[in-house]
Design a protein around this ligand. Structure first.
Ligand code: P61
Length: 456
């Protein structure tokens, strides 16, 4: 059969409130044109993020009832630890309430002034947590990964030559870890190949630097390896995942993505001393090491989510349905980051709206119009998110993208068809869209709370 169907039936539904343009203009003006400040009841299709927005399965809800809420030594922790170690066999598994808590703890231990952390591309919370300690996050993605229109099977790969040169230049003693983000969210949800992970590990080994994986979308990355990398077509997803992590010395994880839950995360590693230190910090801000800021039931849901996310039928549907959206937007003449990412389609707003200068936020302008036109909420990933420099100045980001992130197991094909229709209509009158300005902003992670207005 050519038709790809959602490999699940719907048992419980959540109504969507329909709104009209006049109402949406009012809601958005009240939110100062910041989509993060809208009430979600006023959104028809919410593509702001794939993080924490998954539908849980009947089996996950059933597991929730088995949650043991003991402060220490809960069996739920042991089930969670076993599920993580089955795929990612690290010695120490430290639960956290979400990904950034794992980042905060890790970089509090290994960061600090004078240190550098290379990555393919740091996600904004990772970069913020690194910079908060005085260290510097460095992005070394391959050149192909910076060109939205260029097709390449593994645009998330790190540039191995540049990584080596960077370690030589800054000195091994100043680089506590090398990181790889799979898939590379800020670079378009693009995968990293097994060959690249293996070669990164070789370089790390040569210099004695640990390799950490930002594992948020590890299963989607593994599926791309299976379908795109030679030699993996007949390897199971589980075994691909195990091989990916066999090259790493630790990972940070936001379980809100590929553990199919609404909250959760972990920090994992083999390093004894760091783990000891991490558990002490965990107790300070998150909780005891067998719950880490979560409820026992959350640990149960993660354990089941990890079993479900590596199922091939699920991943086939997941990746193919994201590609479906991407292909239709391309057909409508809308420039997107190519090829389609795993969890999201990224519209190249700078290419779509060349009449809006990067410092007038073409991505924000498009995201605002998507909401006004059809009640669709998306996320700017561009100059608004990355343009503010630590010294308070502003410069244009490498790309101005609008991300349509697809929540896992939530929307059907007709929801996606609605998004395609809306964007096609906006594209036909894109010259009417104007630039935007920021009227207020905080010093860090400004996209969450900044206020905007139209220019003119
Ligand atoms: C997202 F606008 N991602 O993509 P936490 N690493 C990676 C992530 O994608 C990630 C985290 C670490 C989000 C949520 C989000 O400014 C924003 O569990 C590759 O969210 O702490 C999160 O994991 C952090 C969206 C986060 C944002 C920050 O939508």
């Amino acid at each position: 059969m050519k038709t790809i169907i959602e490999p699940f039936k719907i048992k419980s539904v959540e109504p969507i409130t329909m709104t009209n343009r006049v109402e949406r203009e009012r809601f958005l003006r009240k939110a100062n044109y910041n989509l993060f400040k809208l009430d979600s009841e006023h959104v028809i299709i919410d593509l702001l993020t794939d993080s924490g927005t998954s539908s849980m399965s009947a089996k996950q809800w059933a597991a929730i009832m088995q949650g043991d809420e003991s402060y220490a030594g809960s069996p739920s922790f042991h089930r969670f630890q076993k599920a993580v170690q089955h795929l990612m066999p690290f010695k120490h598994i430290i639960p956290t309430h979400q990904g950034r808590a794992a980042e905060k703890i890790l970089f509090s231990i290994i960061g600090g002034k004078g240190k550098y952390i290379p990555n393919n591309t740091h996600f904004d919370t990772t970069r913020a947590n690194i910079e908060f300690t005085g260290a510097i996050g460095v992005d070394l993605v391959i050149e192909e990964g910076k060109n939205p229109a260029l097709e390449h099977p593994f645009k998330g790969n790190i540039n191995l030559e540049r990584l080596k040169a960077f370690i030589e230049e800054k000195g091994v003693e100043n680089i506590p870890v090398v990181m790889l983000t799979v898939t590379n969210n800020s670079g378009g949800g693009q995968p990293v190949s097994m060959a690249n992970i293996r070669a990164t590990k070789e370089i790390c080994k040569q210099y004695g630097i640990p390799l950490f994986i930002d594992a948020c979308r590890f299963a989607e990355n593994a599926y791309f390896i299976k379908i795109r990398e030679e030699g993996y077509a007949h390897v199971s997803i589980e075994n691909i995942v195990k091989e990916m992590f066999s090259y790493a010395d630790g990972c940070t994880m936001s379980a809100k993505k590929d553990a199919l839950v609404n909250i959760g995360g972990w920090l994992a590693m083999n390093h004894e001393e760091w783990a000891q230190h991490a558990r002490n910090l965990l107790i300070l801000t998150e909780g005891f090491p067998t719950y880490g800021g979560l409820a026992g039931r959350d640990l149960e849901a993660m354990a089941v989510g990890l079993e479900e996310v590596v199922q091939e039928d699920y991943l086939h549907y997941r990746i193919t349905s994201t590609q479906y959206l991407g292909n239709h937007l391309l057909k409508a003449g809308i420039p997107i980051v190519r090829p389609a990412g795993g969890h999201a389609i990224y519209i190249d707003a700078r290419a779509m709206l060349p009449h809006i200068k990067p410092l007038e936020y073409p991505g924000q302008s498009l995201a605002v119009e998507m909401y006004l036109h059809a009640g669709i909420r998306a996320c700017e990933i561009g100059t608004v998110m990355f343009g503010l420099q630590p010294d308070g100045t502003e410069k244009e980001a490498a790309m101005d993208l609008v991300r349509l992130a697809i929540p896992r197991r939530v929307y059907t094909q007709s929801h996606i068809d609605y998004v395609i229709e809306a964007l096609t209509e906006i594209n036909e009158r894109k010259h009417e869209l104007g630039g935007m300005k920021i009227t207020w902003q905080p010093p860090q992670l400004r996209h969450f709370t900044a206020d905007f207005d139209f220019i003119g």
